[in-house]
Ligand binder design. Structure first.
Ligand code: HEM
Length: 205
């Protein structure tokens, strides 16, 4: 039997990397718009005007690709069952010395929370982004509230993404292969997502 099992299709992986590339482009092009401290980042884009233009283009790409990603895996991230509750009560075993075992499906509750936050942040960042993009077309208070909300949602996103990148790479060895090659080791799947493994493989143990 093949040692690996498919976790993501090619189109799912391409979509995830489009979201990632646009997210980091938004981060680099947006930082200088918030504070003069980060103006140095504008040089990546050939100056402030270019950075603003690239921020808008990356914003449109991120908005549509991230929402598409949400609708694509909505059924896997939007329900929490009894096994998920157990994971939450025991903090996923991350704060215990002994290894813990949970009967987790395709995603654990931490991953679901992350995916739901990113979906909500995408919607809020997109809508507030339009108000900031066309300030003359909207009341001044709305543009100012949007600037504040846009910044706060972004700070939340980057905090979640830092944790996500850590857990998807060095935190849980073997995970990154899922997004690079589309498959994971069967032992990895049995350890981290046993319920999903049983469904995907048809094995009943
Ligand atoms: C270098 C940066 C990144 C790396 C290395 C990375 C890696 C991964 C990996 C390996 C998975 C699959 C996890 C699994 O199979 O259980 C995944 C899933 C996912 N990624 Fe990323 N990712 C990155 C950036 C991002 C960004 C910027 C976003 C969104 C803004 C994002 C959103 C997601 C979502 C929603 C999932 C599915 C739910 C989850 O596994 O948490 N990723 N990522």
């Amino acid at each position: 039997m093949n040692n690996y099992i498919e976790r993501f299709s090619t189109s799912e992986r391409v979509l995830h990397w489009i979201v990632t590339a646009s997210f980091f482009t938004l981060l680099l092009s947006g930082l200088g718009l918030y504070s003069r401290l980060f103006n140095g980042y504008f040089t990546f884009f050939g100056g402030g005007q270019n950075a603003i233009m690239i921020h808008k283009i990356a914003g449109v790409v991120f908005f549509f690709s991230s929402l598409y990603m949400y609708f694509n895996h909505k059924k896997d991230i939007s329900t929490f069952d009894q096994d998920d509750k157990e994971w939450v009560i025991k903090q996923g075993g991350y704060l215990a010395r002994d290894p813990s075992h949970f009967n987790i499906g395709k995603y654990n509750p931490g991953q679901k929370l992350f995916a739901l936050y990113i979906a909500a942040a995408t919607a809020v960042l997109g809508v507030t982004g339009v108000f900031i993009w066309l300030p003359a077309s909207f009341p001044r208070w709305l543009v100012q509230v949007s600037l504040l909300t846009h910044g706060l949602m972004f700070v939340g996103s980057i905090m979640f993404v830092v944790v996500h990148v850590y857990l998807a790479t060095i935190g849980n060895p073997g995970t990154i292969g899922a997004m690079l090659y589309g498959d994971v080791k069967r032992n990895w799947a049995k350890k981290h997502h046993p319920k999903w493994y049983k469904e995907a493989s048809g094995e009943n143990r």
